[in-house]
Design a protein around this ligand. Structure first.
Ligand SMILES: *[C@@H]1O[C@H](CO)[C@@H](O)[C@H](O)[C@H]1NC(C)=O
Ligand SMILES: *[C@@H]1O[C@H](CO)[C@@H](O)[C@H](O)[C@H]1NC(C)=O
Ligand SMILES: *[C@@H]1O[C@H](CO)[C@@H](O)[C@H](O)[C@H]1NC(C)=O
Ligand SMILES: *[C@@H]1O[C@H](CO)[C@@H](O)[C@H](O)[C@H]1NC(C)=O
Ligand SMILES: *[C@@H]1O[C@H](CO)[C@@H](O)[C@H](O)[C@H]1NC(C)=O
Ligand SMILES: *[C@@H]1O[C@H](CO)[C@@H](O)[C@H](O)[C@H]1NC(C)=O
Ligand SMILES: *[C@@H]1O[C@H](CO)[C@@H](O)[C@H](O)[C@H]1NC(C)=O
Ligand SMILES: *[C@@H]1O[C@H](CO)[C@@H](O)[C@H](O)[C@H]1NC(C)=O
Ligand SMILES: *[C@@H]1O[C@H](CO)[C@@H](O)[C@H](O)[C@H]1NC(C)=O
Ligand SMILES: *[C@@H]1O[C@H](CO)[C@@H](O)[C@H](O)[C@H]1NC(C)=O
Ligand SMILES: *[C@@H]1O[C@H](CO)[C@@H](O)[C@H](O)[C@H]1NC(C)=O
Ligand SMILES: *[C@@H]1O[C@H](CO)[C@@H](O)[C@H](O)[C@H]1NC(C)=O
Length: 752
């Protein structure tokens, strides 16, 4: 107990004797990237919004001047005043030199009574935690007063003593020195000091009183200060700065003046004073007031920045990092226990086990030979049942090409998925299970196993496999092949390693990393591929289940549209089709729901909802929101009517440079969400509009001739049909969802 007490005393006396008041030093660009903007004045850094000229500061509030002519090293002043600035921090603090108020009889017995007053616009407030109002003297009292919104404040304290022996070093509790705090939100301080008795009883050792607001850590009282403070003119004081006098929400409304509009910059309210401040969001560092100020922190570069286990591999991502244990370790890679060495295999046990296994193997081999025969029979039966012959025939009539769909054997896929081991499951949906697999040639694939089969739909299934495998578009998840030797057919897709768009949008860290340009790119790629499917593919294909769950992203965040399970090849020779309503709540075209008439415009509607997700970061349907906000599409339209668009924008993308594009995309989304399919633009027009935005063009889809005849023809009319929603649609969150037989309901142009 005594020991800890001593250590504590030592520590506290040590820290208070050093009196280092730290100054800010930044290693990243802090000033505007304008060559005329000096970022230092002597050793003092000048971060934007501060600046020495009009082109360098944000507003006149942040004007500072560097005086090189009269001072060496140069000194920095606020405006053209004599208020000297010694440090500016991006956290919102600034150090000033403030004059000392004094009331004295000097050596020649002449009387001096100086008060001080420091006044700024109300955007600088006195930091109420770092400063102390201090009086030094032995017959003294003083006042500090100031302004806050709506009321004034005054407080004071008294310093007395009758002998120098009563004074204690470092103590400002009333004997020779007193201290008190300044309240919050004060933007002007005036200090005055007086003497009670004209120093009559203390004149042989103290004839002066001093009063000042000082950075607490920069002043430590000593009895010498009763006299030596007369040599000191100014002492440091901390003030808080912020932008303007409005709140974050108010400031966001005017995007031309909003200071936190830079990428990955966030707005927050200061704890003291008025206005708002910006800071880089977690995982980023830099000057948040600059448009490209916040840059990714490479957490992996410094052990103090990440929490990966010492064995783990740390990978830096934009805005975050990941830890992974090496091969022979287990665990999540985080913290001290993040990676546990896998127990070494006990050689003795292995010996015994292998002995037993040898015996077993002999028996099993015999059994297997018998079983193999019956299995092969089964496989062949399934193969025929699943249309294997039909597929072979179709493939045989085509020229061999490397893109051709491969027919995999079931043992190949079993090997690839470790016999469909649970650890290989990528996801489960209403339509089946998706496994990750590694083929013998070391290609990683996603293997989809559906749940049900409808034996009457085999031909369409085979047709669809052939057609889908021929879609060769960089933004489509490629179908590599299938396996027909199992009771339910297996489909083998290209493996996309970075998850679904929705998993990025609804994960806080990933969403932060998904900047507006990337989102716009994803939207454009998706629109492009849908437009391609609608028009340029040899047979028009309607996707029918466009949603953020069905847009996968690869490691370069390139969009890969998946799940053509619900997609339909539209036979050009049929004008009327009957079908069942399929799709996902929240994305479903209301016209299609009512009329069961499926057209390409249903995809346009669903795509409109995806656009909304991209710029609002909200889910298409969320049951835990208030009734009017449940459906994103409806909520968006009502918000738009009230002209409150900015209220639902995703914080992660709000920025000055984006607003024009965001507003154009929101207009486009509104068009896509038109209740009448006819009023919606075609997917081609949407894609062109988005491409135009990326190129910075201003052309509008509305100016493109609406529909050519051909496109109109490919829209299908549907007369009857039962309303029915595929089960699991609402909850499915699989990228590789639902290429499944139960989706394939239509005869296609099978005659060809
Ligand atoms: C920037 O500062 C340097 C010295 O620090 C000075 O010579 C130069 O004139 C300054 N430039 C501007 C544009 O103020
Ligand atoms: C620098 O300071 C001196 C002395 O205060 C003053 O006379 C001079 O005008 C200042 N120069 C500038 C450029 O502010
Ligand atoms: C300081 O700047 C203000 C505003 O630019 C100006 O009105 C004022 O005259 C200047 N004062 C001095 C002493 O230069
Ligand atoms: C005190 O008076 C003397 C002569 O009258 C003068 O030289 C000196 O500068 C004065 N000291 C102060 C601190 O005013
Ligand atoms: C203090 O006041 C005297 C006159 O009362 C004046 O000459 C002197 O410049 C003042 N000092 C300060 C630091 O303001
Ligand atoms: C604050 O004090 C100033 C003068 O010191 C006075 O003009 C003003 O009316 C006061 N404000 C309030 C709200 O009392
Ligand atoms: C304070 O004391 C001085 C002499 O030390 C005297 O000249 C002066 O008048 C006194 N002032 C007051 C207000 O008592
Ligand atoms: C107070 O006195 C101590 C001891 O002489 C000195 O080191 C310190 O600089 C003085 N403080 C100020 C603010 O002058
Ligand atoms: C902000 O300051 C301006 C000018 O100083 C003033 O007109 C406005 O009322 C202030 N707004 C708020 C919310 O304090
Ligand atoms: C935004 O602020 C600028 C500059 O103060 C002003 O010119 C513009 O009218 C404001 N815009 C809105 C929408 O308030
Ligand atoms: C006062 O300044 C310190 C840094 O000197 C800062 O940590 C603190 O947050 C500031 N207090 C307020 C209320 O802004
Ligand atoms: C890691 O970061 C700490 C604290 O920020 C710093 O003191 C240290 O120098 C850094 N090490 C390296 C290698 O950059």
């Amino acid at each position: 107990m005594i020991q800890t007490l001593i250590i504590f005393m030592l520590a506290s006396s040590f820290s208070s004797t050093t009196l280092v008041s730290s100054s800010s030093h930044y290693n990243f660009p802090i000033a505007k990237p304008n060559p005329n903007c000096n970022n230092t004045c002597g050793s003092i850094q000048i971060p934007f919004p501060f600046g020495t000229t009009e082109e360098c500061y944000l507003t006149k509030q942040f004007w500072v001047t560097c005086n090189l002519t009269a001072f060496n090293p140069p000194k920095l002043f606020w405006w053209n005043t004599t208020i000297e600035i010694t440090d500016i921090s991006l956290d919102g603090q600034m150090k000033l030199m403030n004059t000392i108020a004094r009331n004295c009889y000097d050596d020649n017995e002449s009387y001096i009574n100086n008060r001080t007053r420091i006044t700024f616009t109300k955007y600088f407030t006195v930091n109420n935690t770092a400063n102390k109002f201090t009086i030094v003297g032995c017959d003294s009292y003083g006042f500090v007063s100031g302004f806050r919104v709506g009321r004034n404040f005054t407080t004071g304290c008294t310093a007395m003593c009758s002998s120098l022996d009563d004074l204690a070093e470092g103590e400002c509790t009333g004997a020779g020195c007193c201290q008190t705090t300044v309240p919050e939100d004060v933007w002007q301080v005036r200090v005055s000091v007086r003497s009670y008795n004209n120093y009559t009883y203390v004149s042989n050792f103290s004839k002066c009183s001093y009063g000042f607001v000082v950075e607490e850590s920069a002043f430590r009282f000593s009895k010498d200060n009763l006299t030596n403070l007369s040599q000191v003119q100014k002492l440091p004081m901390v003030v808080d700065w912020a932008i303007g006098n409005s709140t974050c929400d108010e400031a966001k409304r005017n995007t031309t003046t909003y200071a936190c509009g830079g990428a990955n910059s966030r707005c927050h309210k200061p704890t003291n004073g008025y206005g708002y401040r910006c800071h880089c969001q977690q995982g980023f560092e830099g000057n948040p007031y600059l448009s490209q100020g916040c840059t990714d922190v490479d957490e992996c570069s410094n052990e103090t920045l990440h929490n990966c286990n010492k064995h783990a591999l740390c990978t830096n991502e934009i805005g975050y990092y990941t830890c992974a244990c090496p091969k022979n370790y287990d665990g999540d890679g985080m913290g001290d226990d993040g990676c546990k060495e896998k127990p070494p295999k006990d050689t003795k046990m292995i010996g015994i086990a292998s002995g037993i296994i040898c015996l077993l193997v002999l028996g099993i081999i015999l059994y297997l030979i018998l079983k193999r025969r019956s299995q092969n029979k089964m496989k062949h039966k399934f193969f025929l049942q699943n249309g294997g012959h039909m597929l072979r025939e179709k493939l045989a009539t085509r020229e061999a090409s490397p893109d051709m769909v491969t027919i995999f054997s079931s043992s190949e896929l079993q090997k690839a998925t470790n016999n469909f081991h649970n650890s290989m499951i990528l996801g489960r949906g209403g339509f089946g299970t998706v496994y990750k697999g590694m083929l013998a040639d070391r290609r990683t694939v996603a293997i989809k196993r559906s749940i049900r089969v409808d034996p009457t739909q085999i031909e369409q299934f085979i047709n669809e496999v052939v057609v889908l495998s021929q879609i060769n578009h960089r933004n489509v998840v490629k179908l590599l092949g299938c396996c027909l030797e199992t009771d339910v057919p297996l489909l083998v897709y290209e493996f996309i390693n970075n998850g679904t768009l929705s998993s990025h949008l609804y994960n806080e860290a990933k969403a932060r990393a998904l900047d507006w340009n990337t989102r716009l790119k994803i939207a454009t790629e998706t629109a492009g591929v849908l437009s391609y499917l609608h028009s340029s593919a040899s047979t028009p294909i309607i996707h029918r289940d466009v949603k953020s769950d069905n847009i996968l992203l690869d490691h370069t965040l390139t969009a890969k549209v998946s799940d053509f399970g619900a997609s339909r090849l539209v036979p050009v020779d049929l004008t009327q089709l009957s079908t069942m309503v399929q799709g996902t709540f929240g994305y479903l075209d209301p016209e299609y729901m009512q009329t069961n008439q499926l057209t390409e415009k249903s995809d346009v509607y669903s795509f409109g909802v995806v656009l909304l997700e991209l710029f609002t970061g909200r889910r298409a349907l969320s049951l835990d929101r208030p009734v009017e906000e449940k459906s994103l599409a409806n909520y968006f339209l009502s918000v738009l009517k009230q002209d409150l668009l900015f209220e639902i924008l995703d914080e992660n993308i709000v920025g000055l440079e984006n607003m024009e594009q965001i507003s154009a995309v929101s207009k486009l989304a509104k068009e896509c969400l038109n209740v009448r399919g006819e009023d919606r633009p075609s997917m081609k027009e949407v894609a062109m509009e988005l491409e135009g935005l990326i190129l910075g063009g201003k052309h509008s889809w509305a100016r493109i001739n609406v529909h050519d005849e051909e496109e109109m023809e490919s829209l299908i009319r549907i007369d009857d049909g039962v309303s029915h929603f595929g089960d699991g649609d609402m909850s499915s969150s699989l990228g590789y969802d639902s290429i499944s037989r139960d989706h394939i309901l239509l005869p296609m142009n099978g005659g060809r």
